[in-house]
Ligand binder design. Structure first.
Ligand code: ZN
Ligand code: ZN
Length: 257
């Protein structure tokens, strides 16, 4: 499975060294989250808009969901599925349902613990520990399975709740890679630490998931969703990252799992 880190930031980075757009990640043809900066991220990474055939949302915060961006993707006519938690799926139907119907795109409601087939992918929705974006909506993280590989996507969340860990352990097949929230970078103690990870917390979550058989021992761990303010506080260097066993996702970077 080819993973492209189209956007890896949050918090309005300024163009220049260290620049990052809002977090959005492409798994072969499946995109997780489509913020307003998506078109710029895709252009910078050399990815054509029609490369996206399945779209899955974690939640509707402004750095993940943008109705105009969704409508542009739908208008392209290449999307076969748009999936989100039941609460957000209802909002998607309100804001873009007619266009989705016209283009033959299925809007799929998801619930934590449920596994859903989206084109060539199977997606297990997991409850996430994040501040709620709106009434009736639950933040979701995902185990994405495609091309014989499984990638665990735990972004905009901190330590996964027990319900998510149980669902992963029940799978009985460890994930081949972990992409995890590292919003706080190396700033380990902060008021946001209850709804976001630092690189240190990400490292501990990865260790615990390995101990529970939910992540392969050799599986790579990528931190993403970095906040500008925390990176300015102390940009991580390789000496910081090596002992943690977490790599920083590079803006526009590709990895093969
Ligand atoms: Zn959020
Ligand atoms: Zn976010």
């Amino acid at each position: 499975m080819k993973i492209t880190f189209l956007g890896t930031g949050v918090g309005k980075f300024k163009p220049g060294p260290g620049f990052r757009t809002d977090t959005t990640t492409l798994f072969d043809s499946l995109l997780v989250d489509a913020p307003a900066t998506l078109a710029a991220s895709m252009e910078a990474a050399g990815v054509r808009p029609d490369a996206v055939q399945q779209l899955v949302y974690t939640h509707s915060h402004g750095d993940h969901y943008d109705a105009d961006t969704l409508r542009r993707l739908l208008a392209g006519g290449k999307l076969d599925h748009v999936a989100a938690h039941t609460g957000l799926a209802a909002r998607i139907r309100e804001q873009a349902g007619a266009l989705a119907d016209e283009r033959g795109t299925q809007v799929v409601p998801l619930e934590p613990g449920a596994k859903t087939v989206l084109g060539p992918f199977s997606v297990l929705a997991l409850e996430a520990n994040h501040h709620s974006p709106g009434p009736g909506e639950v933040n979701l993280n995902y185990l994405i399975e495609g091309g014989g590989k499984r990638v665990l996507y735990l972004v905009d969340a901190c330590v996964p709740p027990m319900s998510a860990v149980k669902a992963l352990v029940q799978e009985a097949v460890p994930a081949d890679a972990l992409i995890i929230d590292a919003t706080l970078a190396l700033r380990d103690v902060h008021e946001h630490m209850f709804v976001h990870c630092s690189l240190q917390t990400a490292s501990r979550v990865a260790r615990a998931l390995r101990a529970h058989g939910a992540l392969r021992p050799e599986a790579p761990v990528y931190g993403t969703h970095f906040a500008r303010t925390h990176l300015e506080f102390k940009p991580p260097v390789s000496e910081d990252l090596e002992p943690l066993g977490v790599r920083m996702a590079e803006e526009g970077g590709c990895v093969e799992v």
